[in-house]
Write a protein that binds this ligand. Sequence first.
Ligand code: UDP
Ligand code: MG
Length: 309
Amino acid sequence: MKLLSVIVPCYNEEETVADFYAEFIKNKDIFEEKGLDYEIIYVDDGSRDRTVEEIKKIHEKDQRVHMVSFSRNFGKEAAMYAGFEHANGDYVVTMDVDLQDPPSLLPEMFSYIEKGYDSVATRRVSRKGEPPVRSFFARLFYRLMKKISKTEIVDGARDYRLMTRQMVNAILSVKEYNRFTKGIYGWVGFRTKWLEFENVERKKGETKWSFWKLFAYSLEGIMAFSTAPLAFASVLGILFCALAFLMIVVIIAKTLVFGDPTSGWPSMICILCLISGVQLFCMGIIGQYLSKAYMEVKGRPIYICREEI
Ligand code: UDP
Ligand code: MG
């Protein structure tokens, strides 16, 4: 028998962990037909509610349910990494606990693995039930990413993905601290089949992602998979140099023709402000990359475990 590991990151999800298990177990017979055994790895991302207790209850009923519990909230990326590290399966799937990634899709996903794909990924074709501002910025982010990064990051891609052991090992070999898993999937490559599904709204509990948390996450993605902003800073610098050179020529010509009345004080201040603004902006971009490099160099662990069952 082959083993399927299901990785489920949870953060303050006391209401949903049991529902997820119940929903997942419905496909048990189909798995058995395909010669698949399963293990569920709940990764508790430092929840402050009763998530851990709920998971332990499920573990008592079913020994195939495991838990990795963090010492604090390390973020979903860290939770997925911990899941990959603890998974023993020949196949590994990552899913949200809120049932936004329907477990009923699993048999179809697995059939593509049987056909020889290394990974089966999902993307939602609609963003129904999401605030319009959020959808707008999400689209903008993916369009921008497409332009400035060589790594493919698909619009609407979920973290719901089934992979072979080989691909999981490849992902585990990417040990960076600032993780953007959607990009890492693309970066490691392999043959991926994309399945599409309609957005499902969260059943219980609420989303853990505020607009600003998502915004910061998107910047993380850009910096992890593109150095275009750095190039942008240099291009901006060159443009301003060219402009300044042109202005010098004009001013010299003007002085030679019309003499030198002391004027242009206000415009001088405007230019000064503009240029120092641009300089600070570009330094900020460099600073962002520097801070990422700083965090990488420290070599801190991606997560810290408090309890394992
Ligand atoms: N999650 C996590 N750590 C966090 C935030 C979220 O492990 O810091 C988990 C959460 O429990 C859920 C999944 O990541 O299983 C997706 O989160 P959520 O449903 O809040 O995001 P959305 O679907 O709204 O994008
Ligand atoms: Mg969700």
